[in-house]
Design a protein. Sequence first.
Length: 254
Amino acid sequence: MYDAFSTDYDRFVNWPSRLAAELPFIESQLRAAGARQVLDAACGTGQHAVALGQRGYTAAGADLSGGMVERARANAAAAGVNVQLAVAGFGQLAQSFEGQRFDALLCLGNSLPHVLSPAELAQTLGDFAACLRPGGLLLIQNRNFEPVLARRERWMEPQAAREGDAEWLFMRFYDFDADDLLTFNVITLRREGAGPWTQSVTTTRLRPMLAEELTSALAAAGFEAIVRLGHMSGEPYQAASSANLVLTARKAAR
């Protein structure tokens, strides 16, 4: 999905708005942890890592999608920022950044639900821990799937973009599968001027992780001081209504 989506991803996301909303919280967490070296796991097109690099952090990023990493390299070059980038998925990070221990690891944008089983989640969180120094910060941002599952919420808000005469519309929805996973679908519509719309559909599968499971899995992987929040503004988590499930945790010092 993400190789196919990489050319349009920076149109799909309103990055000035998103970064303006999220960076104050991210930086407050990094300052509290004394973090200067930051790894963005599942970095996509690298926009968070680039923004942190512009603010003086030593930033690195990794993504399983080679297409996304290619875009991230282009974005870092355009910004004049040195970001260490690797094509690596969950479970491969410590090996890809061998010998490096980061002060903080970010896993944002509902990336962790691409891990499709409890065993793979344990492996992924172990990989995160292996990338961090003792006491290092882990920051996870997922969609809050409690109301999605309770109300069978299929559709998300459409996104739109325009560049000159070209126009894009992005439609997203879930299929609720029989194995308790979700199929996440993105419909991309594009046209030039008054010409006909073209369309494409990409899909991937997700596992809707809930707060209790993630909290337990983090503790089992050696994380402590686990805090649940409901948004990247730092607001409290409300299971029935929060848009996000944001978790902060520290790798155990021992």
